[in-house]
Design a binder for this molecule. Sequence first.
Ligand code: GRF
Length: 206
Amino acid sequence: MARKRVAILISGRGSNMTALIEAAKDPAYPAEIVLVLSNRPDAAGLARARAEGVATAVVDHSRFGMDREAFERALQAELERHRIEIVCLAGFMRLLTPWFVRRWQGRLINIHPALLPAFKGLNTHERALAEGATHHGATVHFVVPEMDSGPTILQDRLRVLATDDVASLAARVLEIEHRIYPQALALVARGEVAIGDREPQPPLRW
Ligand code: GRF
């Protein structure tokens, strides 16, 4: 079966992006990373992607002001230009509109640094420590219009240690992220998981 053409959307350092690129170097991996797209021209992950020989694009959200759909139409144009089949959000710090999410539903996945449905949103490690959570972890999920709420694809957990601070917890969760994101993308690319009985997706034109 042909490998699925994947775009990774980033806003920052891109360590999850790197984990996906590394996994996809295996010819047996069911997906290839053909595009890294950032909404920030200064995202550190862009240089890393280029060094790995992956095409990059920047769609700078600040050029679109408050017009989120215009921003997303520009994203969509890049994805179409590269004939993308699956989109991975990896530290992409823009909320996507229902228009875009429905367009990609079932083919759009995200990684979140918490055990969803616990700790949706930002500052997950701070909140887990503040609330005295005994366990914490990371979740890869399908994206739906409501933030951090789509069906889980993979999740893994760790025990929070009495000695943990935000930095140590973030570092240990990041190890989980780098392990489960490539595994989850492989499941989606092989068609071994799907989003279930939601609205049918529009067919891709390529
Ligand atoms: C990760 O913790 C990810 O779970 C969250 O944003 C962070 C991105 O880190 N959504 P990186 O850019 O992949 O290193």
